[in-house]
Design a protein around this ligand. Structure first.
Ligand SMILES: [Ca+2]
Length: 136
């Protein structure tokens, strides 16, 4: 992702479907870049622009990427292990876990795939796709 997003300006579109909803939604970000390995693939992302729904990517901005064996988050434990995921975690209770487990809309488990979206609390999702597009 670094070698792609380093060559030009990219935007990010996240399509997702919240549990108990029947329509796909979209979160649009006009700027998306992943830093080089030396920064542990730090995320640089703009604010969500297309809706008043909450912005699930916000706390990942400026964070390096964490995996189960490489802990780059600011939490005292390994958030990637705690959340069964790999992500630009800040703390272990974050705004998004888009690589989490699909777990029948279990909105109480931090390991589940979820997102800060339409309503308060964790919003489970049944589908998510992250797509980038070159702008220039
Ligand atoms: Ca940690």
């Amino acid at each position: 992702m670094y070698s792609i997003t380093n060559t030009a300006n990219y935007e990010l579109n996240i399509e997702y479907m919240e549990c108990y909803e029947n329509t796909t939604k979209e979160a649009r970000y006009p700027y998306f870049k992943v830093g080089p390995a030396a920064t542990n693939y730090t995320l640089a992302i703009s604010d969500r622009i297309n809706t008043n729904d909450r912005d699930g990517m916000k706390d990942g901005n400026g964070m390096p990427f964490s995996t189960f064996d490489v802990d780059n988050d600011s939490g005292t434990s390994k958030c990637a292990v705690k959340r069964h995921s790999a992500w630009w975690f800040e703390g272990c209770v974050g705004m998004a876990n888009l690589n989490g487990k699909l777990d029948r809309c279990n909105e109480t488990s931090l390991k589940s795939v979820y997102w800060y979206g339409r309503r308060e609390g964790l919003v489970g999702i049944t589908f998510v796709e992250m797509k980038i597009r070159r702008k220039s």
